[in-house]
Every structure is written in structure tokens, then in C-alpha cells.
Design a protein around this ligand. Structure first.
Ligand code: NAP
Length: 470
């Protein structure tokens, strides 16, 4: 596919291959954009932002609503394309497409709700005869930088709210999975979005990222990706609004009073979906001594039952990882854990990019499979003495995106909710759960700011204060 800059589909000087993670075949090629392409995209986006700001809320609603209809109408093709570029199983790809449409419908609704408030200025000492109110106005140009693992869903979480708020948006999709973002641009244009209001520059983030995020024409950066790239972007962004949706090593505590039928069926779903390449994948299972052995025994057959294979085959339970180097890294971390005393109960083998669903026990908190973000299909169980140690361990992380507890005791659940530093808290589910209208974002090094269209529109607009003096 070509990239979309300045209101036209365009080639770059060089191209890069997009490969199917399952069989290594070349799915398509995209241009390798340069800093000069970013510059052209931004010059055009400034005009696009003026075009968007001139539309009424209802007009923006209509554009987004039509886009969501088009996503639904093209759902089968989009899902197959998603599986081919990302490697997730086709069932998960279909869900991603459904959710992408839902995000754009939600964004359409938000386009009608850019409100302000009346400020009671006469509450200030000595103030009378003044009338104050706020207006919400677009930021202008939003840079949207997305990761490989949800190539459509996460792009919609940025593009939908950006356009709803009356901005133009410059998308920089992940180099491994740029095709879904380009398909989305086609649908936005078909729906009637002004030609310069959306731009999509493909190419290596290492080559073009600094040029994009440091440019003064960009008034807001919305980034989803790894912690280290996020930190670099914060260092280069300068004075502009920034939202950071970063990684985690999500903890899940299983208390002795947990509903074990639910635990055994839910935890594996929340660990191995998308081959564990989800920012809120269950990674650290924490079990007090009285339940530890029973839990480990209960999980073994469930993990063994997750099949791997061709992600387009509806019978496959888990597909490949995105890159062979990442699968090799997961293998190295598991080997290191085993050589330091962890028990390998299920999996651990790799063939190319396909890593078998893996269960480790006797994991200690200082092992990399526990203290770093693994981002692969493995979880480790750690034994603790009691709930105090479990909560302390859940918090013993630089991350804080999602955390979960299984317990039947309301006091324990509420204590967990209050004391664990995490943007999302789940009680009686695994760490991986999201519906797209909720506020979603991390604490600590998992980031700042929230997504979910209602919240993202807030972050992609500015407040102006107006005072009328009698
Ligand atoms: P990544 O390596 O950080 O890449 C994310 C995006 O940043 C890609 O588009 C990448 O481009 C670009 N990029 C790379 N260097 C850049 C730079 N210097 N300036 C600007 N952009 C740059 O992450 P990933 O491997 O694609 O995704 C996995 C990570 O995303 C995990 O840490 C995961 O937890 C996190 N994630 C978080 C959430 C959340 O909502 N919190 C959701 C999903 C994923 P290239 O592809 O060209 O390198």
C-alpha cells in the first residue's frame, strides 16, 4: 500500500516489507517514510486542522458514524488482513474489528458533546459584574503513534477522538503492522473526512519519530507502546500535551477463598490472548501458601489445552509472536528463570516465531519473567505467605496498568482496590479486560492520561476561558 500525505496516496523513496508472522510471506510493502515526509504531512495537517475546526459537531458526528458503518461493512476483509499482518487468531481479529467500529461510534457521539461551563466569577472577593464561561476548542494537529499488537483498535482509539474533537491527525503506525491503519484511512476518506485532516506516514519510528513528536506544529502526542520509547518521546516532545499508554507486568492474586472454577477458566484466557502480546496480559500470578499447590495443579491442564497453529484456522487457540527476535527473548528469559530455580510446568518450546503457551511455577520476584514486561505467552506463579505479602508484591513493580484479585471476601477486595497502584483494578477476573468506553490508562511507568473516547477527547481539546466585563 502507499502512505497518505498531503491529501494524496504516495510512495516513498524506499519501501519496506510487511510480513505474515505465521509463515514469513510478504503480505504487502509500504513506503519507508522520511523526516521530509513528516514535514509535508504536518504542513498539510495544519490546513486539515482548520478544515476540521470549521465543521460543526454534528458534521463530525456524521463523518465518524459513516466511518464506523464502513468498518462494519468491511469487517471480514479487515479481520483477515489483521490476522495476516499481526498473527492473532482470526476470532480475536474479528473482535478487534468489532471493537474498532464501536470506538468510532463512541467517538462520533463525543463529537456532539464538546461542552464548557459557566464559571461563578463573583465568588472571588470583590468581583461583580463579570460573566465567565469556558469553551472547549481543538488542540490542532494530533500525532498518533501506535504499537503493533492492536493495529486497528488502538489506531481508532486515537483517530476517533482526535477527529471528534475537531483536530487533524497524523498517524504513525507500527512498522510491523501498518496495513490496518492505511485501510482505516481509506474508509475515513470514503466517509468524507476532509482530505488533509488525516495523514498516515509509514516508516521506522527510530528514523522519523523525533521529527514528528518534536515539531511545534504538533500540539498533542498520543502514544501507545513501550516504556522506553515513551520516555524518549516525552524527552523530545517539548511544550505540548502528551498521553502515554505504556506497558506492564500485570499481577493477578488468587486468594484461598477464590472461585477456582472461574480462576482456572479465566486466567489462561487473560494470559495467552494474542500470544501474550497485550499490555495487560496476566504475567504474575500470586498465590498465598494455602492455595498455591491447588492453583498450579488447576492451571496445568488449561494451559496444555491452548493449541497453536495457523491463526486463520478457527480451531487454533493461539498464533505466532510478532517477531522471531521477541520469541527468542521470551525463551531466553524462561531459560534464565529455570536456571535460577523456577519450575517449567507447561510449554517453553519455540519454533521460529511460534512460542508454546508456557506456565512456570516457583517464580521469584527478581526473575526477569516477573519484574520486566515479558509481552509473550507465559505466566509465572509466585508463592507468598498471605494477603499482605501478595499486595506488597503486586505493587513491587515500576508498572501499574492493570491488576486483579480473585476473592469472595469484600473486605479483601476493597483493600486490594485501595492499596494497589494500578490504573485498572479487576475483582474476580484476570488483568486483561477492557470495554472501550471506560477510562483506560496506567499509573507509574505505565503512563499518563486516559483513553476511551470520552476521556481522550478531553485530552485532545483545550479549555479557553472567556470573561465578559459589564
Ligand atoms: P514500541 O516498540 O514502543 O513501538 C510503538 C510505536 O512507536 C511504533 O509505531 C514504533 O515505530 C514507534 N517508535 C519507535 N521509536 C520511536 C521514536 N523514537 N519516536 C517515536 N515513535 C517511535 O512498541 P511495540 O513493540 O510496537 O508494542 C509493544 C509495547 O506497547 C508493549 O510495551 C506494550 O505493553 C505496549 N502497549 C501498551 C498499551 C496500552 O494501552 N497501555 C496497549 C498496547 C501496547 P516502529 O514500529 O517503526 O519501530
Amino acid at each position: 500500500m502507499q502512505m497518505y500525505i498531503g491529501g494524496a496516496w504516495t510512495n516513498g523513496r524506499d519501501a519496506m516489507d510487511v510480513r505474515n508472522p505465521y509463515d514469513g510471506s510478504v503480505v504487502d510493502t509500504v513506503p519507508r517514510g522520511t523526516a521530509a515526509d513528516v514535514d509535508r504531512a504536518l504542513a498539510s495537517a495544519v490546513r486539515g486542522a482548520r478544515a476540521m475546526a470549521a465543521l460543526t459537531g454534528f458534521e463530525r458526528y456524521e463523518l465518524l458514524h459513516r466511518t464506523a458503518d464502513l468498518i462494519r461493512a468491511n469487517a471480514d476483509d479487515l479481520a483477515t488482513a489483521l490476522t495476516n499482518e499481526e498473527g492473532k487468531i482470526i476470532g480475536e481479529a474479528r473482535i478487534e474489528v468489532d471493537r474498532a467500529a464501536e470506538i468510532v461510534y463512541l467517538s462520533a457521539e463525543e463529537a456532539k458533546r464538546l461542552d464548557g461551563e459557566v464559571i461563578p466569577l463573583d465568588g472571588g472577593p470583590g468581583v461583580s459584574g463579570k460573566f465567565g464561561f469556558t469553551m472547549r476548542v481543538p488542540c490542532g494537529v494530533v500525532a498518533a503513534i501506535s504499537p503493533f499488537n492492536f493495529p486497528l483498535h488502538l489506531v481508532c482509539h486515537k483517530v476517533g477522538p482526535a477527529l471528534a474533537g475537531g483536530n487533524a491527525v497524523v498517524v504513525k503506525p507500527a512498522s510491523d503492522t501498518p496495513l490496518s491503519a492505511l485501510r482505516l484511512v481509506e474508509l475515513l476518506l470514503e466517509a468524507g473526512v476532509p482530505a488533509e485532516a488525516v495523514q498516515c506516514v509509514t516508516g521506522s519510528g527510530g528514523d522519523i519519530g523525533d521529527a514528528l513528536v518534536s515539531d511545534r506544529r504538533v500540539r498533542k502526542v498520543s502514544f501507545t507502546g513501550s516504556r522506553d520509547v515513551g520516555e524518549r518521546i516525552c524527552n523530545h516532545a517539548g511544550i505540548k500535551k502528551v498521553t502515554m499508554e505504556l506497558g506492564s507486568n500485570a499481577p493477578v492474586i488468587v486468594m484461598p477463598d477464590a472461585d477456582m472454577d472461574k480462576v482456572r477458566s479465566v486466567i489462561p484466557q487473560t494470559a495467552y490472548a494474542n500470544a501474550g502480546q497485550v499490555c495487560i496480559s496476566t504475567q504474575r500470578v500470586i498465590a498465598p501458601d494455602p492455595i498455591y499447590d491447588e492453583l498450579v495443579e488447576a492451571l496445568i491442564p488449561e494451559v496444555e489445552a491452548v493449541s497453536t497453529g495457523n491463526p486463520l484456522d478457527p480451531a487454533t487457540g493461539m498464533g505466532p509472536m510478532i517477531r522471531e527476535s521477541d520469541a527468542a527473548r521470551v525463551g531466553a528469559w524462561i531459560d534464565e528463570a529455570v536456571s535460577n530455580g523456577a519450575e517449567l510446568l507447561v510449554g517453553g518450546e519455540r519454533s521460529g516465531q511460534m512460542f508454546q503457551p508456557t506456565l512456570l511455577a516457583n517464580v521469584s520476584p527478581d526473575m526477569r519473567v516477573s519484574c520486566d514486561e515479558l509481552f509473550g505467552p507465559a505466566m509465572g506463579v509466585t508463592r507468598v505467605a498471605d494477603v499482605d505479602e501478595a499486595i506488597a508484591l503486586a505493587n513491587d513493580s515500576i508498572y501499574g496498568l492493570s491488576a486483579a484479585i480473585f476473592t469472595q471476601d469484600i473486605d479483601t477486595a476493597m483493600r486490594f482496590a485501595r492499596s494497589v497502584d494500578s490504573g485498572n483494578i479487576h475483582i474476580n477476573w484476570g488483568s486483561q479486560w477492557r470495554t472501550d468506553l471506560m477510562p483506560y490508562g496506567g499509573l507509574k511507568d505505565s503512563g499518563m492520561g486516559k483513553e476511551g473516547p470520552k476521556y481522550a477527547v478531553q485530552e485532545m481539546t483545550e479549555h479557553k476561558l472567556v470573561v465578559i466585563h459589564e
